[in-house]
Design a protein around this ligand. Structure first.
Ligand code: AQP
Length: 339
């Protein structure tokens, strides 16, 4: 059929981000950044340092500035190529907060109140200590995604609920005001979607945890990594087997091992038959140290160079063009452009 028009599938637009609420952990790396890197050339990707999310809890302004650069450096050191992917800081594109207000008006209090992360983060706080920002966090996240008409949002499992709320908001807006937003899909990695804390395999590893022994930072020194892994809780028994139900701590360590060594879990398990936890933990620590070494070296280089600033400035310029186009359409649909 020589004259038949060829239909080419559109390259999916991908959007994701990390809040600079602390230094990044291997949970952020394995659950998010690593997957962004793996998929970047099959997509039209935008990666944001979502610093406005980080002020939903108290944070020292200087620490926030440092963390913002640290997160951007981690993206690039891990393999995000800024010549292909847009990399920028959220507060440099004011359309994020502009769209948030409009989306706030079509999002319900009950929906936000039901979010698991909101419940987790506020369970120990008195009502008067819970900022409205913490409640509205998922609306800002929805604005982040919808501004760029993203088709896919690669996240760890903990963020799936927020992406689902974003879909509901997009569908609601399109229904009330006419087709405006692409309705995005969450993309969750099969392995690494939920790396658990080293001190408690029932909780996810989180950068804002009070116990530094619960996480491994991307910037931890080799000896710190060895010490943290030596102290990581294990389950009863001594056999190195992957059994998330009965041996959740070990299953978590095997997952980390497999991702850092690029080996399937059964192959790792096989090597430790009859060897016990000690030998396994020693090798795991070395796999993490070796896996992080190039990333750490590149991050240190980037933190000292002007390259990072120019990447982020140029990234914001590219992002702003897309964001403005969406925002103009939204203002038009809602009736904000009165002239
Ligand atoms: N433990 C984890 N396992 C797998 N993925 C994870 N992510 C976070 N922790 C894990 C993924 O990292 C991305 C960035 O998340 P974020 O910093 O914007 O918010 P978060 O999910 O709240 O991450 P943290 O580290 O737990 O931060 P704090 O402690 O500040 O709340 C997301 O894709 C997330 O799924």
């Amino acid at each position: 059929m020589p004259n038949e028009p060829k239909t080419q599938a559109k390259t999916p637009r991908v959007f994701s981000g990390i809040q600079p609420s602390g230094q990044l952990t291997i949970g952020n790396y394995l659950g998010a950044i690593r997957n962004w890197v793996a998929g970047q050339f099959k997509s039209d990707p935008i990666f944001c340092v979502v610093n406005q999310h980080a002020i939903t809890v108290r944070i020292d302004p200087n620490e926030l500035r440092r963390n913002t650069l640290h997160v951007a450096a981690a993206y690039i050191a891990a393999g995000i190529d800024p010549r292909h992917s847009i990399v920028f800081v959220q507060s440099d594109v004011t359309e994020h907060t502009e769209l948030t207000w409009i989306l706030n008006t079509i999002t319900y209090y009950g929906e936000l109140h039901r979010m698991t992360q909101f419940k987790d983060k506020t369970s120990k706080l008195k009502q008067d200590a819970i900022s409205a920002g913490l409640l509205n966090y998922p609306v800002l996240m929805a604005a982040d995604i919808l501004l760029y008409q993203a088709d896919q949002v690669p996240v760890g499992e903990d963020q799936k609920q927020h992406v689902e709320l974003c879909r509901d908001i997009a569908i609601r807006f399109n229904h009330h005001f006419g087709e405006t937003f692409v309705v995005p899909e969450p993309v969750i990695a099969k392995v690494g979607k939920r790396i658990m804390a080293l001190d408690d395999p029932t909780r996810k590893m989180a950068k804002s945890s009070d116990n530094p022994g619960s996480y491994i930072l991307l910037t931890d020194e080799p000896d710190t990594i060895r010490k943290k892994i030596r102290k990581a809780v294990t389950d009863s028994g001594s056999e190195v087997v992957y059994d998330p139900k009965h041996k959740p701590a070990l299953a978590n360590l095997l997952t980390i091992y497999s991702l850092f060594s690029d080996e399937e879990i059964p192959a790792v398990q096989e090597r430790y038959v009859g060897k016990g936890y000690g030998a396994f933990k020693t090798d795991l620590a070395e796999a993490v140290v070796a896996g992080l070494a190039p990333l750490q070296a590149r991050m240190a280089e980037l933190m000292e160079s002007a390259e990072l600033t120019s990447v982020l400035t140029e990234g914001a310029d590219r992002a702003r063009v897309i964001a403005r186009k969406t925002m103009d359409a939204v203002n038009d649909r809602v009736g904000m452009n009165w002239k």
